[in-house]
Design a protein. Structure first.
Length: 127
């Protein structure tokens, strides 16, 4: 099923993604009910509250041969997205892209692209 919804236009071109990835509990809680009929990947992470270091990422759902769009509300440095993109691609995803409603990109977008993230979408910005 090709993704459609409130966030697809005009920021996300139609037809490029077939699976939504929720990168953490917050994104799952916020967005999952908006896309009940789409294939999905739900991720969890263990982060040290003192250092911010992410020690483990797990992803469950349809990954192999999928064109995955990670959705979340904000990207600051992007480490969660970097680790998830690498994991999804290692597990057989065809492509991984990122949609965020607010992009800070404090480490730049190049680090995200270098992790395998093909496209970065932010509403109202030409990314």
């Amino acid at each position: 099923m090709i993704l459609s919804g409130w966030w697809c236009s005009p920021a996300v071109p139609r037809g490029l993604h077939d699976t939504i990835c929720y990168p953490d509990k917050g994104a799952t809680d916020k967005y999952y009910s908006s896309f009940p009929y789409h294939a999905s990947v739900v991720c969890t992470k263990n982060r040290d509250p003192l250092t911010g270091y992410i020690s483990e990422i797990t992803c469950k759902g349809s990954i192999k041969n999928r064109k995955i769009l990670i959705i979340d509300d904000i990207c600051d440095g992007g480490m969660t997205f970097i680790l998830i993109a690498k994991k999804l691609l290692k597990e057989g995803a065809l492509t991984v892209s990122l949609y965020v409603s607010h992009g800070i990109f404090s480490k730049g977008k190049k680090v995200l692209h270098n992790s395998g993230i093909l496209n970065i979408y932010v509403p109202g910005r030409d990314e």
